[in-house]
Design a binder for this molecule. Structure first.
Ligand SMILES: Cc1cc2nc3c(=O)[nH]c(=O)nc-3n(C[C@H](O)[C@H](O)[C@H](O)COP(=O)(O)O)c2cc1C
Length: 244
């Protein structure tokens, strides 16, 4: 596929129903996948996904995203370094996030949703409350990219502001949807953020660039129980008010 800079007229007709279905399917079949087959993803496919996702909008077309694609030895070396840090309590304590992804004060309904998804995942895996060892092992899977052959690291210029982070979210979702359109799966991961110094070193980031989050990309393992997790969503009526 080639994506040229010349595009069809912006005033395009409504897509045919099959296209509507395809777009909806790509979005609604996207789930965070936490176990992958080792099947490689061709570089061309990764480039296609990123080219499509880069059509995401951004304020004044600033396109604040920077993507680091990790495969092979580079992916493995980063995973090893992250797992080693995570497994060593003294070392892990020396690392912390540089930006707050989550609120410092948890209130309903957010805390309830957070707890539910956590216990639903652990429930599927048979991890019971207090089983710290298995919880550690499951969280550690983040640092192995859940076995995915492709790890993506997303960075941003530090001088960019909140608006660019909003743009970034649209870009990330576009990657995940474009991946689905090609039968691939993803898991966006904030779990990397405490270990940003290890990642910065591994990627050779300049001082002015910071880690936003990571993402696993690959073919879902259909036999993995954790991949059967379907998270809940509030009905539209619970989060929308129509003002007429
Ligand atoms: C920015 C971002 C960071 C996330 N970080 C992690 C993570 O570190 N590890 C993980 O297993 N899931 C992570 N998730 C996945 C969420 O838990 C998941 O999106 C949510 O529970 C809804 O489930 P779904 O993605 O399957 O629809 C993250 C999601 C987002 C959007």
């Amino acid at each position: 596929m080639t994506l040229s800079n010349t595009h069809e007229s912006p005033a395009q007709a409504a897509p045919p129903p099959s296209a509507t279905q395809a777009v909806d399917d790509a979005m609604t079949t996207r789930h965070s996948i936490r176990a992958y087959l080792p099947t490689p993803v061709p570089r061309q496919t990764i480039e296609e996904i990123l080219a499509v996702a880069a059509r995401a909008p951004s304020g004044t077309n600033t396109q604040p995203w920077k993507v680091h694609v990790l495969t092979g030895a580079s992916r493995d070396a980063l995973a090893r370094a992250l797992c080693a840090a995570y497994d060593d309590p003294e070392e892990a304590a020396r690392h912390s996030e540089e930006y707050a992804y989550y609120p410092t004060q948890w209130v309903a309904p957010y805390i309830d949703r957070r707890r539910k998804v956590g216990w639903d995942l652990y429930g599927l895996l048979g991890i019971t409350k207090g089983d710290k060892q298995r919880m550690h092992a499951q969280h550690r899977r983040n640092y192995e990219f859940f076995g995915a052959p492709v790890g993506l690291m997303f960075t941003i210029d530090r001088l960019m502001q909140q608006g660019s982070w909003l743009d970034y979210g649209m870009f990330l979702q576009s990657i995940m949807v474009a991946a689905r359109g090609r039968g691939l799966d993803t898991c966006p991961q904030a779990a990397f953020t405490p270990f940003h110094r290890i990642i910065e070193r591994h990627l050779g980031l300049p001082d002015g660039e910071m880690v936003v989050c990571g993402m696993s990309l690959g073919h879902a393992d259909p036999a993995a129980i954790e991949n059967t997790l379907i998270t809940e969503r509030e009905p539209v009526s619970n989060f929308v008010r129509f003002h007429e």
